[in-house]
Design a protein around this ligand. Structure first.
Ligand SMILES: O=C(O)CCC(=O)C(=O)O
Length: 303
């Protein structure tokens, strides 16, 4: 478990037979029809080299520089190495406003809301598209991971024709805790039925996520966890019912895993208004509701 090669998610070691690579789709090699077929067949698209790598690195530098300001990242900012401490609570008056300003950085928005990604998404939807204004930005420190969930429960008040785009902001090798997708979960009718229509802001009877024990689920359902060593410029497009979370960040160099999620839909479809506008309300407190808005004070746990 102390090996740099161990792959864990929520402290559970993922055995080799339960782990596989995402199916990669290159930008030019496949027809539009094939791209849509792969999304329907797999529940996701892993699009390699789909957006401009330099723009992604600029966005990374911009975000990390803001985290240098609050003492969480060391210089040089672009390397993204955690200091293990934070001055954010002292340095910033309003944590939500701070995170909003980081999430609205010019270079970051060029990646998430710029023409390159819009063209990719218009190709997939075969119509004019519009992203949500809200951006889910994550700087996950060593020891951190995301729980396994369907995105549907967080954003289902508008159209069903909604897709998540997960964007690594820099290279994210598997030891840094990237996105992990549960293979074939978009076809699990029983689990999907249990979550369809569930709204985390209305139905507070249970958590939005499905599990933080991925190995138990994988064994029960004879499924595998799909991930890869991501490169800046790659993106993953996910359907609302593809179960996903992340590996643990086990970086041996204390590198923070930086990524973001942006949601796209057809421009003429109804929107989930929580995520739209200059100051989206989100789950109640806008950007202030995100755990990423809190100072990153959790201690690394793997060494
Ligand atoms: O980046 C991650 O850890 C997961 C992000 C995610 O699942 C989401 O925003 O829906």
């Amino acid at each position: 478990m102390n090996s740099i090669h161990a792959v864990t998610s929520h402290r559970q070691a993922i055995p080799a037979d339960l782990l596989a690579e995402l199916r990669a789709t290159g930008a030019v090699e496949v027809s539009d029809a094939e791209v849509r077929k792969r999304l329907a067949d797999d529940g996701y698209l892993y699009l390699t080299n789909a957006i401009d790598r330099d723009e992604v690195i600029d966005a990374r530098r911009e975000v990390m520089a803001r985290l240098v300001e609050v003492g969480e990242i060391r210089e040089p900012a672009v390397a993204g190495i955690s200091t293990g401490t934070s001055r954010r609570a002292e340095a910033v008056d309003d944590l939500g406003a701070f995170w909003k300003s980081v999430s609205e950085g010019k270079c970051l928005r060029r990646v998430t809301h710029g023409p390159r990604l819009a063209a990719v998404m218009a190709r997939i939807f075969a119509t004019a598209v519009r992203p949500f204004d809200f951006l889910w930005l994550r700087a996950t420190r060593p020891g951190g991971a995301s729980a396994y969930h369907f995105d549907h429960v967080y954003m289902n008040r508008g159209t069903d024709r909604l897709l998540t785009v997960w964007i690594p902001l820099g290279d994210v090798p598997r030891e840094d805790g990237p996105l992990a997708i549960v293979e074939g979960s978009h076809r699990w009718g029983d689990l999907i039925a249990a979550y369809r229509g569930f709204d985390v802001d209305r139905d507070r009877t249970r958590p939005g996520h499905v599990t933080t024990e991925p190995v138990n689920l994988l064994r029960e359902r004879h499924a595998r966890l799909l991930t890869t060593d991501f490169r800046a410029g790659d993106v993953v497009v996910l359907s609302m019912f593809a179960l996903h979370g992340s590996l643990d960040n086990r970086s041996m160099t204390d590198r923070v895993r930086l990524s973001c999620d942006v949601r796209y839909q057809p421009a003429d479809d109804p929107f989930d208004e929580r995520w739209i506008g200059d100051d989206p309300v989100g789950h109640g407190r806008g950007y202030g509701s995100m755990s990423a808005a809190q100072p990153a004070t959790a201690k690394p746990i793997f060494r």
